[in-house]
Structure formats: structure tokens, C-alpha cells
Design a protein around this ligand. Structure first.
Ligand code: HEC
Length: 109
């Protein structure tokens, strides 16, 4: 149910832009998904446990990681969940997220 709102938001043109992933409802949905799928390894605050500190990760980091990397298994997420999780992780460390987004933008140019 809580994902419905997030999914409606994704339907809006341009919303998937990572810099727009700041909606509080989306962040809340992302926190729930993170607690369900990720916190066992990365810790409740994403500061690291059995996996690294991933605060400030952007959408690209999430979509790459859930395909599986080294010790991290592949994780299957519903449509919209990667965006919500990225919104949550970005909200935990906006500075790191901003740097990552700038680096990505620079790569595209
Ligand atoms: C079973 C434990 C486990 C779970 C569950 C898990 N991870 Fe990981 N994750 C890891 C480990 C271990 C690494 C470090 C992998 C490496 O580089 O060797 C990692 C790395 C990452 C990275 C860093 C990639 C990079 O190199 O910058 C991101 C982002 C990430 N995970 C996101 C997630 C997200 C989002 C979820 C939930 C959908 C999740 N992880 C669930 C264990 C886990």
C-alpha cells in the first residue's frame, strides 16, 4: 500500500531524475524497503555492518549493487523500490549524494 504513492509519483514526467528523489513519502517508503532488504548487512542507518557504509548512495549505486557484487548477493526489488531506497540513502548523507551526482553528471558531459 505505501508503495502506491511512490509509484504514482514515478509516473510523473521527470520524477525519476535523481536530484528529485527528495519526497518525504518516498524516503519513508525507501526506509521501509531498506529495513526489509538491506539493513541486515548494511545496518539500520546504512553505516555498515557485514557490508560497507552506503550512506549517500545514489540510484546508480543501488541498481548496480542489487545485481550482486562480490560478497553481496543479487537482490530482487519491486518496480519503484530502487528509487525509494536511493532516496532514503541520499537523505542520510546529502553531501555525499551531491558529490556522487556531480561526478555522474561530469561523466555524462
Ligand atoms: C547479504 C548481505 C547484504 C545485503 C542483504 C545487502 N548488501 Fe549491499 N553489500 C554487501 C557487501 C558485502 C558489499 C560489499 C561488496 C564488495 O564490494 O565486496 C555491499 C555493497 C553495497 C553497495 C556499495 C557498492 C559500491 O561499491 O559502491 C551498495 C550501494 C549496496 N551494497 C546497496 C545495497 C542495497 C540497496 C541493499 C538492499 C536492497 C543491499 N545492499 C543489501 C552486502 C549486502
Amino acid at each position: 500500500m505505501k508503495y502506491l504513492l511512490a509509484l504514482c509519483l514515478f509516473a510523473l514526467p521527470g520524477f525519476a531524475e535523481e536530484t528529485g528523489l527528495t519526497d518525504p513519502a518516498l524516503i519513508a517508503a525507501g526506509q521501509q524497503a531498506f529495513l526489509d532488504y538491506c539493513s541486515a548487512c548494511h545496518g539500520e542507518e546504512a553505516l555498515g555492518e557485514n557490508g560497507p557504509d552506503i550512506q549517500g548512495s545514489i540510484l546508480k549505486d543501488v541498481t548496480m549493487a542489487v545485481k550482486g557484487i562480490d560478497q553481496m548477493p543479487e537482490i530482487w526489488l519491486e518496480d519503484g523500490e530502487p528509487e525509494a531506497i536511493a532516496a532514503f540513502l541520499m537523505s542520510l548523507n546529502p553531501k555525499v549524494a551531491e558529490i556522487k551526482l556531480r561526478l555522474e553528471a561530469a561523466k555524462r558531459n
